[in-house]
Design a protein around this ligand. Sequence first.
Ligand code: PGA
Length: 252
Amino acid sequence: MRRPLFAGNWKMYTNTREAGELAAGVRKQLGELDAVDVVLCPPFVYLADVVDVVRGSRIGVGAQNTHWEAQGAFTGEIAPAMLKDIGCTYVIIGHSERRHGLGETDQLVHKKTAAALAAGLTPIVCVGELLEEREQGKTNSVLERQVHGFLKGLPSESLGRIVIAYEPVWAIGTGKTATPAQAQEAHIFIRKEAAKATTPAVAAGMRILYGGSVKPDNAKELKSQPDVDGALVGGASLKADSFAAIARAAIK
Ligand code: PGA
């Protein structure tokens, strides 16, 4: 059984007050819920505040990025051990806004995933095709490259912890969601490729989240797909009510 997971990606939004209030609001609504795992991913500078607000609840905290080295002369970067040190348990890696906006390669995503695992974090690794890639029938080849690109060569004992987020780039922040059937088809394909890169047992236990314009009114249908194990939520995670409604919609 794969435990459903709902992660809120706050991106570069909120300030000190808003981050505290949002975390407190989510805690109030979902803090005791044990049917699903809930994770909040605020900007780096509010991570410690959010860790404080959710302490003692069932809610986890994750960063939106990490460096791949344990320490060193990397001005402006944050190491996975630092995230762990302040109470993070998750980290989003290879989000499309970083792959396509900041030039992150499959190789970099692999290195960051390996580093996150080594530090004891749970990586949420994002994959997904651009609109033109989908229109050209290249969705599967892109997903295949991205999945093998980050999974290949990771230590086998930590593979079970990995979470994958399928986020078709054309659905992120656009209000255009993949249909449940499109999501299911991509998730099955990703699981099949993950099985080749690891083992069938590891892939069968791996949580694959859907991301891209998930809202309270489409969450239930998406989550009802057998290979959709939860969601990575952007815009709708910035309001405690809508994020909580999404997580609750997934409970049968
Ligand atoms: P969205 O973002 O829900 O605003 O589309 C999802 C994401 O980028 O993780």
